[in-house]
Design a protein around this ligand. Structure first.
Ligand code: ATP
Ligand code: MG
Length: 281
């Protein structure tokens, strides 16, 4: 999903009173620092409790927003935590305003890990692109498909797209959707995919090495290209052109034009449906 890192967003972010109230209930006295606003009204804030306590991150999603449910994300985080570095779940819940997920800040050797979208990592674009590719490969190598309870194949995604309520589509949306809902290419390698394997969702350690992934609400078994296609495009969009070969080399795979095109189109079709859903709420 395209979204804004608050620190580099041109528009200031207002924290809704409901998020302040939730933050105060979950971490009384903590300072609320806006970090990230997604395109569907979701907001992530950092709760800073002073130097004695590790910070935590509160993701709040308004009721009915067309993005992954924080409760579903919590299930995936708990399952994945046995195999890979992901944030520890501290609290999760839902009320009439929305759903939330509170996680511990990821640390490496006592220092906080930071998103690969941060300006200091973008300034080291080639190194950071490699770290993102390495991180994705670790994710795919570490998680077991045979015991993974979550599935997100192209077929399940196309079925969900076809079931989505229809509204007038632009010509561009219609073209994207037509490509996406065509027959998926044969699976190259089934792995547990991240589901939103982008630059902002990759955390790096103090010296810029891969540290952890966040935002695993769409985690599930699928062809590895459903992640790789999204990761390479995110690196190009966030860091600039020309870095895709570095990401692929760091991951350890040769380019695959057909699967890359397919999974980007499927992603775009889903995005178009979510955008329409938000507009018609
Ligand atoms: N536990 C954590 N430790 C460190 N950083 C975190 C943590 N949780 C969230 N973040 C930061 O907050 C940002 C937003 O969190 P997250 O990606 O879960 O929100 P989102 O709204 O689902 O994002 P998207 O727009 O990608 O869908 C992340 O990109 C990351 O920078
Ligand atoms: Mg994210």
């Amino acid at each position: 999903m395209s979204s804004a890192f608050v620190g580099i967003s041109p528009t200031p972010v207002e924290v809704p009173p409901v998020v302040y109230a939730l933050a105060s209930r979950l971490r009384s006295g903590a300072t609320v620092v806006p970090v990230w606003r997604n395109d569907y009204g979701g907001l992530t804030v950092r709760l800073e409790s002073g130097c004695a306590h590790r910070s935590s991150y509160l993701k709040w999603v308004p009721d009915g927003a067309p993005c992954p449910d924080p409760l579903a994300e919590a299930d995936r985080l708990v399952w994945a935590a046995s195999f890979i570095p992901v944030p520890r779940v501290l609290d999760v819940g839902r009320d009439r305003h929305g759903s939330w997920l509170l996680t511990a800040a990821v640390e490496v050797g006592g220092a906080p890990a930071t998103s690969a979208i941060e300006p200091r990592w973008r300034a080291l674009a080639a190194r950071s692109a490699i770290a993102v590719g390495v991180g994705l490969r670790r994710f795919h190598d570490a998680l077991p498909t045979d015991t993974c309870p979550f599935v997100r194949t192209a077929q399940t995604r196309v079925a969900a797209l076809s079931a989505a309520p229809t509204a007038p589509l632009s010509t561009a949306d219609r073209t994207i959707t037509a490509v996406a809902v065509g027959v998926p290419p044969p699976v190259d390698r089934a792995v547990v995919c991240h589901g939103d394997a982008t630059v902002p969702n990759t955390l790096l350690d103090e010296v810029g090495r891969f540290a952890a992934h966040v935002d695993v609400g769409d985690l599930g078994v699928a062809d590895r290209w459903s992640d790789i296609a999204v990761t390479t495009r995110s690196v190009t969009r966030r860091y600039g052109p020309g870095l895709e070969p570095l990401v692929l080399a760091a991951y350890g795979v040769a380019p695959d034009h057909e699967r890359t095109t397919y999974y980007r189109a499927l992603w775009d079709a889903e995005e178009a449906v979510r955008t329409r859903a938000r507009a018609t709420r």
